[in-house]
Design a protein around this ligand. Structure first.
Ligand code: PMP
Length: 395
């Protein structure tokens, strides 16, 4: 089977060849000056990407789930109260983790595709004694985008620490960690940061670090404890050798190259490009009669689309599209799993990736017996301005 397919799932994504070349280079010592420079530079670049000049970045071997647990392990002590603004599968996962670390968890839930209202969040904050509130910026199971800025402002009023799961958002969606009053935000390498899976990335702001310092019990997990990692990250930023646990050298070299691309593109331009991509894709979905899972455009992510299978089409559709050379993801939300599919469109995605994807989806629908006019979705991609001239969607 050919390796020349197009990976359009919500992470891992297609990576820039220069990022993959860095991954494939000779592995250096973790104390090699070239590596120390790249690691230190990555940390600085992460502050730019997260827009958090005063936050402490942590980059450790692990996936996004480890980053989630790093946030929880360092902030939570048994008996603390936590509020989860729940928008789906990954919000549930944070809730489970918070409980495992001894927190009393209150979930504010909504129907799949929606979010709890600002009034509900405000009432919960006013009525509780929460130490932290968690927000899943983009819940990858539903493609729902949470209004982090507004939610964080509400939490700040009540002096509640704000933790943002940015695994499917940072590097793609608008996110200003410091200006929005977010205390901890995390992601993983394989999504909009544009590097292969294997790195957990977390930034902790001054209030979060103060809360960690004020703990009365040590962090139960040694691997996740800020205390182990802080001196290491400070040393690498100062280009000094340090060791706690062997860093994944090649992955960090690759991350550094990718973060260089993000910083070069600039976050406002990058966010706008993701908006343009999502707008084009939404036009294509509409033309094909595909209904998005998020209940309104206001809560729709720009990093991926989640779409109900139309008519008699079922999960076999994802295989039919794979046969056309494009890899999509099935559903994930436990309530709706079998009813929808997901298309990732973040990071290095190009205009021709969009054309290829929408075209393969049209052919997949046809293969599943769904009536479709081939080319209709592709034409719609460029309907909002002259073909090929859509601002910022790279060719
Ligand atoms: N949170 C969100 C929003 C995610 O999308 C994911 C991964 N899809 C995770 C957490 C967990 O990340 P990982 O799979 O890298 O452990």
């Amino acid at each position: 089977m050919s390796e020349r397919n197009l990976l359009m799932i919500p992470g891992p994504i297609e990576f820039e060849p220069s990022v993959l070349r860095a991954l494939g280079e000779k592995t250096r010592s973790h104390l090699d000056p070239v590596f120390m420079k790249a690691y230190g530079r990555s940390l600085k670049r992460l502050r730019e990407v997260f827009m958090a000049p005063n936050a402490q970045p942590f980059v450790v071997a692990g996936s996004g789930t480890l980053a989630m647990e790093m946030a929880v392990a360092n902030l939570i002590q048994p008996g603390d109260q936590a509020l989860v603004v729940n928008s789906g599968y990954f919000s549930d996962r944070l809730g489970v983790m918070l409980e495992r670390h001894g927190a009393a968890v209150t979930h504010l839930r909504a129907d799949p595709g929606a979010l709890p209202s600002a009034d509900e969040v405000e009432a919960a904050l006013a009525g509780g004694k929460f130490k932290v509130m968690t927000i899943t910026h983009v819940d990858t199971s539903t493609a729902v985008l949470a209004p982090v800025k507004e939610l964080a402002a509400a939490a700040r009023k009540h002096d509640v620490l704000v933790v943002v799961d940015g695994v499917c958002s940072v590097g793609g969606e608008a996110f200003e960690m410091e200006a929005w009053g977010v205390d901890v935000a995390f992601t993983a390498s394989q999504k909009a940061l544009g590097a292969p899976p294997g790195l957990a990335v977390l930034l902790a702001g001054p209030r979060a670090l103060a809360a960690w310092k004020a703990r009365t019990r040590p962090v139960a997990s040694m691997y996740l404890d800020f205390a182990e990692w802080l001196p290491i990250h400070e040393a690498y930023e100062a280009q000094k050798p340090a060791y706690f646990a062997t860093p994944p050298v090649n992955l960090i070299m690759a991350l550094d190259v990718s973060l260089g691309h993000l910083v070069e593109e600039g976050m406002p331009a990058r966010v706008q490009r993701h908006v343009n991509v999502a707008t084009s894709m939404r036009a294509a979905w509409e033309a094909l009669g595909l209904v998005p899972l998020p209940k309104s455009a206001a809560v729709s992510a720009h990093t991926l689309s989640a779409l109900y299978y139309p008519g008699q089409v079922d999960a076999a559709f994802v295989k039919a599209v794979a046969a056309e050379g494009v890899v999509l993801a099935g559903g994930l939300h436990p309530q709706l799993k079998a009813k929808y599919f997901r298309v990732g469109h973040m990071g290095a995605v190009t205009k021709s990736d969009l054309v290829t994807t929408v075209s393969a989806i049209e052919r997949g629908l046809k293969a599943c017996g769904h009536p479709v006019e081939l080319g209709r979705g592709v034409a719609a991609l460029f309907s909002l301005s002259p073909a090929g001239e859509r601002v910022g969607v790279r060719g």
